[in-house]
Ligand binder design. Structure first.
Ligand SMILES: *Cc1c(COP(=O)(O)O)cnc(C)c1O
Length: 429
């Protein structure tokens, strides 16, 4: 079987698929890391997206403006620092399907989760609980647990972690609906991932919101693995808040400035919050008065004047998404990940089990894979792939994540993954 993966036909087929790809030129806008005499087959966009070629120039522009203008850089030029974040708003709103007033680039993901929970997790004795998925990303779990403690409640009672009910570790909508039905009257907040980081499962955010709101709970989404991966419609999904990072599929660089969403219905609400001067209403911010008047919308949650050099990398990253368009990217992503899935089914079913749901509405670009022989074989395959220039990532205890990113991955990259996996299998037999 493996021979057919290495046949000229398989290569020609992958090359033809790439030639057919209307988005193929976007790959040229990224720096593909070298490997040996060639380049890496990079499947780690779920962890750190590749550098857009344009990033260096926009950062250098701000270094230059700092050198020439110093404090005047706050007010002068097209990229005046005072309003720098406003230039990112429309691009972010498009990415997550929000109104411009609902989004802001600020801080980092875990920080934003905390700041938004300060406003939207208001536990009472009757309703103290937070619902998350079991096996949540550690930072999210630390955040909710510490929020519960901060309010004087006990996580052992107030943190509900929903265990997977499907074989690979994924969750059916019925199980989510059941727990909201059963525990709804004591749930203050449902904090849910758009795409679960370990399994790659995508969720119906509108349905989760509908169910939770019907029981009187607030709803927040962590979109770290969903943004730039799936078309999102946060406003229509009706979430109260959301937060995400921009260094994964959005390609804005390590530790990039993150994103936050607050639904328009809260834009003018007088919600409790941890305030800072940058969230103060713009026209009177520099009156420097003692009274905090929040800016309407998500901007009202800002604390500090933002790190411009870091934020600069967001501009070209968002620009690429605006030009490519999320729906065209999703079309390509379905083809590319579908191709990966079909190669696994046809040639590697004896080695790999796909954890991620097969229904395309329940996944983004990532496939989470388990090696059938177990963890040690899984590590061995993962290391073999890495040494040979195919970089996915490893998530304990036994998952290899392969995420073909439609902006820069090719069908040939995917074929290379399958070919090397077959070589590894044949060498271990
Ligand atoms: C990547 C990721 C994080 C990382 O948090 P930072 O604050 O950006 O370091 C947190 N939660 C989830 C679900 C993630 O996928």
């Amino acid at each position: 079987m493996s021979s057919s993966l290495h046949a000229v036909d398989a290569e020609l087929d992958a090359v033809a698929r790439d030639a057919d790809d209307p988005l193929r030129s976007f790959r040229e806008e990224f720096l593909i890391p070298p490997h040996g005499d060639g380049h890496l087959h990079y499947f780690c966009g779920n962890s750190l997206g590749l550098q857009p070629r344009a990033a260096r120039e926009v950062i250098e522009l701000e270094l230059d403006r700092w050198a020439r203008l110093a404090v005047e850089g706050h007010f002068r030029g097209d990229t005046a620092w005072m309003t720098y974040h406003e230039g990112l708003r429309d691009g972010i709103a498009m990415l997550v399907g929000a109104k411009p007033i609902e989004v802001v680039a600020m801080n980092t993901l875990s920080v934003n989760l905390h700041l938004l929970m300060v406003s939207f997790y208001r536990p009472t004795h009757a309703r103290p609980a937070i619902l998350i998925e079991a096996g949540a990303f550690p930072s999210d779990r630390h955040a909710v647990e510490s929020q519960i403690r901060f309010h004087g409640f006990d996580p052992a009672q107030c943190l509900i972690e929903l265990a997977p009910d499907e074989p690979g570790g994924t969750l059916s909508m019925q199980t989510i609906a059941d727990v909201i039905e059963r525990e709804g009257n004591r749930i203050a907040l449902v904090l849910w991932p758009g795409v679960q980081y370990r399994t790659g499962q995508a969720f119906d955010l509108a349905e989760i919101t509908r169910l939770a709101h019907a029981r009187g709970a607030m709803v927040g989404f962590d979109l770290a693995h969903a943004v730039g991966n799936l078309p999102l419609a946060l406003h229509d999904a009706d979430a109260d808040f959301a937060a995400w990072c921009h260094y994964k599929y959005v390609n804005a660089g390590p530790g990039a400035v993150a994103g936050a969403f607050v639904h328009a219905r809260h834009a003018h609400a007088d919600l409790p919050r941890f305030a800072g001067w940058w969230g103060h209403e713009k026209t009177s911010r520099f009156a420097m008065g003692p009274q905090f008047v929040p800016a309407p919308g998500a901007e009202g949650w800002q604390l500090s004047n933002p790190p411009i050099l870091a934020m600069a990398a967001l501009r070209p990253a968002l620009g690429i998404f605006q030009r490519a368009g999320m729906s065209r990217l999703r079309e390509k992503s379905l083809r590319l990940t579908g191709y990966l899935e079909s190669l696994i089914h046809e040639h590697l079913a004896d080695v790999l089990h796909i954890v991620t749901p097969a229904e395309t509405v329940r996944r983004g670009c990532q496939l989470s894979l388990r090696v059938r022989e177990g963890r040690d074989a899984g590590r061995s395959l993962f290391e073999f792939l890495s040494e040979n220039g195919v970089l996915g990532d490893w998530r304990e205890p036994d998952v290899i994540r392969i995420s073909p990113a439609p902006l820069y991955n090719t069908h040939l990259d995917v074929l290379r993954f399958a070919q090397l996996t077959a070589v590894w299998r044949d060498s271990t037999r």
